[in-house]
Write a protein that binds this ligand. Structure first.
Ligand SMILES: NC(=O)c1ccc[n+]([C@@H]2O[C@H](COP(=O)([O-])OP(=O)(O)OC[C@H]3O[C@@H](n4cnc5c(N)ncnc54)[C@H](OP(=O)(O)O)[C@@H]3O)[C@@H](O)[C@H]2O)c1
Length: 328
């Protein structure tokens, strides 16, 4: 199997993996889908992460620990866990998967497996972007274009939890949802240009890239900061997020030049974030969920046998919240 469209994927039997040092063998009950899954399948991310093919895909899961490898101290057999699995190996779209104990957390007690599997990748991305990269604090104003999808539904709520004033964009299909999640201002991007409606924002978390990222600078105050998860990677992405050297940093320097110049012209900054797996951050998110401070929005749940249909649905780009596969 090579990179390409859905015809490059197949549901097949593979050997059950064994937990190595520091790893949990998890009986997977549900797995979340993310755009990174079809981007990886297409080979769009080969420059940052290439894989020996064929490989078991899938980047996040919930399930029950079946066995632990040597040196595991924080988890035991029968624990219910959820995780963003290591991007170097993936493996969540399977009956059994390996998860490093540092990447796992106990499932929120208030969620079933399907809802828990929807959390890790998107919620960690939102948390790490808003809290760690934008350093968002109470009273600040943040613009989050694209609020109705997997990452956006978590980002709006986390930004509100941090005490910020939140503006977002959505079509009429997503407007009621983003308002319910706490968005203070909602621009219908199919009818209005957000730059005609918003100004004076401290920062932005861009979930769309492209034309949206090019246009959002005028919404910000001079010195405004932008973190994107869908635009062009920049040199810090290569070094900090990917642990890579000057070759990739130079390539990203060139790729992000136009965006960084737009930022510099306004005395602002631009950062592209690749999220990272973190059991500690996930445990924090679980505590917010169990305290009813963070809602998990599920658009559709598919049986595992319909993984291709589920991926095709996510690829339409219209999901409201998350798309999930259930295995058990
Ligand atoms: N760098 C990282 O670490 C990282 C991590 C996670 C995700 N990502 C990337 O972030 C992006 C978002 O991920 P996601 O999981 O949130 O995707 P998603 O769930 O597929 O997003 C779908 C949502 O986007 C909305 N949307 C589409 N075009 C829009 C536009 N022009 N304006 C406003 N809303 C629009 C859709 O609303 P309508 O139906 O109303 O149009 C839909 O609700 C993807 O490119 C993904 O690869 C990167």
């Amino acid at each position: 199997m090579g990179y390409g469209g859905a015809e490059r994927t197949a549901l097949t039997d593979v050997p059950k993996p064994s937990a190595r040092k520091g790893e949990l063998l998890v009986r997977v009950h549900a797995a979340g889908l993310n755009p990174v899954d079809f981007k990886t399948r297409e080979g769009m991310l080969k420059i940052v992460q290439s894989y020996p093919l064929p490989i078991v895909m899938g980047n996040e899961l919930s399930g029950v620990v079946e066995a632990v490898g040597p040196g595991v101290t924080r988890f035991a057999k029968d624990d219910r866990v959820f995780a963003r699995v290591a991007k170097e190996s993936m493996g969540a779209f399977a009956e059994h998967a390996l998860v490093h104990e540092d990447h796992a957390a106990r499932m929120p007690a208030s969620l079933d497996f399907a809802a828990a599997a929807a959390v890790p990748l998107a919620a960690l991305t939102a948390l790490q972007a808003l809290r760690d990269e934008l350093d968002l604090s109470a009273g600040q104003r943040v613009f989050i274009p694209g609020g109705a999808g997997g990452v956006g539904t978590f980002a709006i709520q986390i930004a509100k939890h941090l005490g910020a004033h939140v503006a977002t964009t959505a079509s009429s299909r997503g407007e009621a949802l983003v308002k319910r999640l706490g968005a203070d201002e909602v621009i219908d991007y199919t009818r209005e240009r957000f730059e005609d409606k918003l100004s004076g924002y401290d920062c932005a978390l861009d979930l769309l890239g492209g034309d949206t990222l090019a246009r959002l600078w005028s919404v910000l105050k001079p010195g405004g900061r932008v973190v994107s998860i869908a635009g062009m990677p920049e040199p810090v992405t290569a070094r900090k997020d990917l642990g890579r050297g000057s070759g990739l940093a130079a390539l990203f320097w060139l790729a992000s030049l136009t965006t960084r110049l737009r930022a510099a012209r306004r005395g602002g900054s631009y950062r592209f974030l690749f999220m990272h797996a973190s059991g500690a951050d996930l445990a924090y998110l679980a505590s917010l969920i169990d305290a009813k401070r963070l809602e998990v929005v599920i658009d559709r749940v598919f049986p595992f046998a319909e993984a291709k249909e589920a991926m095709a649905y996510l690829e339409t780009g219209r999901a409201k919240g998350k798309v999930v596969l259930v295995l058990a």
